[in-house]
Design a binder for this molecule. Structure first.
Ligand SMILES: [Zn+2]
Length: 155
């Protein structure tokens, strides 16, 4: 099964495709479900986003990959999150984006079907669904995938 890759950058398609499939495969998400659109950005830091619409049969991951990466650590200061990481190449930036957004997709696919609670807003009951997305988990995924990507490269 393949993800659909819409490469709108000058980055080599074969390398982009290999990274996309390797990361998403390992996250065990249904690849036929995923479209990935890749842009190059002149911003130093990578940036990703995922659009998931419940009831739709696909989702879209936007990956903005810096053509020149920063040597400043990607510091998020999130409580319980991973240590800061320094991304060294565009390939590593793409690995991080896919690990992060792919984890959000996984969280969505494995979301609890019931739960949540009722909150009162100005005296009126409002149903609040179960919490689906965890930012901390997505950031740890970036950290883990980057580490294993580097280990694989250095072997
Ligand atoms: Zn996130």
């Amino acid at each position: 099964m393949n993800a659909t890759i819409d490469n709108r950058s000058n980055l080599p398609h074969a390398v982009v495709s290999r990274i996309v499939h390797r990361v998403l495969d390992e996250l065990e998400v249904n690849l036929s479900w995923v479209r990935v659109r890749v842009f190059e950005t002149d911003h130093w830091h990578h940036h990703g986003h995922i659009y998931i619409r419940p009831g739709r049969s696909n989702c879209l991951i936007i990956a903005r990959v810096p053509s020149v990466v920063s040597d400043h650590p990607h510091d998020r200061k999130m409580r319980g999150g991973p240590p800061p990481i320094v991304v060294k190449t565009w390939q590593e930036a793409l690995v991080c984006i896919l690990a992060h957004e792919g984890t959000h997709l996984r969280q969505f696919l494995h979301r609890p079907k019931r739960g949540g609670h009722t909150r009162f807003v100005r005296g009126k009951p409002v149903k609040v669904g179960p919490k689906i997305f965890s930012e901390v988990e997505a950031e740890w995924a970036e950290y883990r995938f980057l580490k294993s990507y580097r280990e694989r490269r250095n072997r």
